[in-house]
Design a protein around this ligand. Structure first.
Ligand SMILES: [Zn+2]
Length: 284
């Protein structure tokens, strides 16, 4: 999991952006590179100021070590691709077509996270130079290869293999072939499991062993809050995990979990960019 550095209250123009939007207006993710070998928000900010911009160029920056600087909340419109910014969320990888493995991992993780929270399909994850009218070699990478990586399934934990012994008691009219068919196995397998030499000779009341089958766990796993989960702030909460009062308009609203800390007992909520106790939210 990449480390998140919250700079949303330190980036130029953060508290007075010229244009804002709702997250529902976000339709595209733009991938950039900085075209520099080093850099971060503090360094790029000088460049942004020199452009005469009131806000910066990227919502988030992926540093060479894979750390992620969050520069602006998603509802701030930034200056990533001229005349395409209103519906675009901008992500920049520091580098000049040469990216570190840590950055690549973070980029995939962050793109997936942003696709999920803004409901953006893979076809609208675009390199800067894929926007109409953009003449640039940014993002300095093959976007088709990146999109193919995004299509690969994420690693998931295999289900618990609960094997239980299974039997069938022979009833009047049963045949070994019917039993085999009903239990998704073969006559030969039943013969082998039960030491039956003659498949036509089974007797009523005989207990036959069946092949073990996978069954669902008896109790479903508890829903787990993780990064990317949607959680609702409980109505009776008074303070953030950091001690400040929670404004009343946050109560009952739903947010995406951006990061977790303290053994997952504190959650960073997107948009409000504040830490809340896990016990103060409900998974939705
Ligand atoms: Zn760019």
């Amino acid at each position: 999991m990449s480390r998140i550095i919250d700079l949303t209250r330190q980036s130029m123009g953060w508290n007075n952006p010229p244009t804002t939007r709702t997250t529902n207006q976000i339709r595209r993710l733009a991938v950039h590179h900085s075209a520099t070998n080093v850099g971060n928000q503090a360094i790029f900010q000088n460049h942004w100021r020199n452009q005469g911009w009131r806000v910066g160029g990227y919502h988030e920056i992926i540093l060479r070590n894979g750390d992620v600087e969050i520069c602006y909340v998603p509802t701030t419109v930034v200056n990533g691709v001229r005349s395409h910014n209103l519906d675009t969320y901008h992500m920049c990888t520091v580098g000049n077509s040469n990216f570190t493995p840590e950055q690549e991992r973070s980029l995939i993780e962050r793109i997936r996270f942003n696709m999920n929270r803004f409901q953006i399909p893979i076809e609208r994850v675009l390199g800067h130079n894929e926007f109409s009218g953009a003449a640039t070699n940014c993002p300095g990478r093959n976007m088709n290869a990146l999109r193919n990586n995004l299509r690969l399934p994420t690693v998931t934990t295999p289900p618990v293999n609960n094997t239980t012994p299974n039997t069938h008691t022979v009833r009047s009219g049963d045949t070994l072939s019917a039993i085999a068919r009903n239990h998704g196995t073969t006559v030969a397998e039943l013969q082998r499991l039960n030491n039956i030499a003659n498949a036509n000779l089974i007797r009523i009341g005989q207990v036959l062993r069946l092949p073990t089958t996978n069954t669902a766990p008896s109790t479903p796993p508890q829903p787990t809050i993780r990064v990317g989960s949607r959680v609702r702030v409980n109505d009776n909460v008074q303070r953030w995990a950091t001690g400040q009062n929670i404004p009343s308009w946050v109560l009952g609203r739903t947010y995406t979990v951006q990061q977790m800390r303290n053994s997952n007992n504190e959650l960073l909520l997107t948009d409000v960019v504040s830490w809340i106790r896990r016990s103060d939210v409900t998974l939705v």
